[in-house]
Design a protein around this ligand. Sequence first.
Ligand SMILES: C[S@@+](CC[C@H](N)C(=O)[O-])C[C@H]1O[C@@H](n2cnc3c(N)ncnc32)[C@H](O)[C@@H]1O
Length: 243
Amino acid sequence: MKYLNSLLTCATVFIISSCSQSTGFRNVIEHPGKLELIYYGYQLNNPSQYKVIANGKEFFITKSTVVPSVQSVFLLENIAVNDGDEVLDIGTGAGIQAIFAAEKAAKVVATDLNQDAVDDTIYNAKFHDLSHIIDARQGDLFGPVKENEKFDVIIFNIDYPYNEQGKELWEVHERFFREVQNYMKPGATIFYQAGWLWNIPKIVDMIESNNLIINRMVMVNAYKMQRQPIVFTVQRHPNPKTK
Ligand SMILES: C[S@@+](CC[C@H](N)C(=O)[O-])C[C@H]1O[C@@H](n2cnc3c(N)ncnc32)[C@H](O)[C@@H]1O
């Protein structure tokens, strides 16, 4: 379907202006965040690759890997990684968060349930000459994390519920908040993408009931969008409740 859409859009652009043989169409995604997001569609010189530029960097996406979205770039805009940090990016997709984090991090572990996403992250890390920093692994949530691995920064942007049908996805998010402290170094920060305004009360509850605290919550006025880019910055509670 993505392929058909790309071809149709490319055909339209071709008639109106000119459609580069090598890059296909160029669709600048308008959104209320600050970072640029441009979809180039499937490459005419390599039809298996869908190309995206996010904040100036190229990403190549194949097969069933999710294309970076407005939520992805809004999360990117609100993540802080310090020099030498060790970072865990859960649900890495095409590796967008992992690759930007690797500009400063000493090590990034990027995990995804989907092997296609892991393969694309490995490809994109190599393209950006960051294979020595990014270790992409397949698996569910913390499953691919090794024993005793702990992180300064944990990035979480996986599929989230935005309607009745998606409710079963909460199980994964609940498990994330229950288990995440096992993988946090002292002072570690979680950057969590919420995706939908109506998810906020449930997310606040999951955070607070797991002895974590919200340091910051930021969202943009996305009145034209069905879903909202929302990022929570979360840390350990300084005075956790004892049972
Ligand atoms: C919406 S995409 C976001 C990709 C990327 N984080 C970004 O910011 O663009 C969600 C990703 O989470 C992955 N995912 C979904 N459930 C997962 C789970 N339980 N464990 C690990 N990855 C998961 C999906 O395969 C998909 O690649």
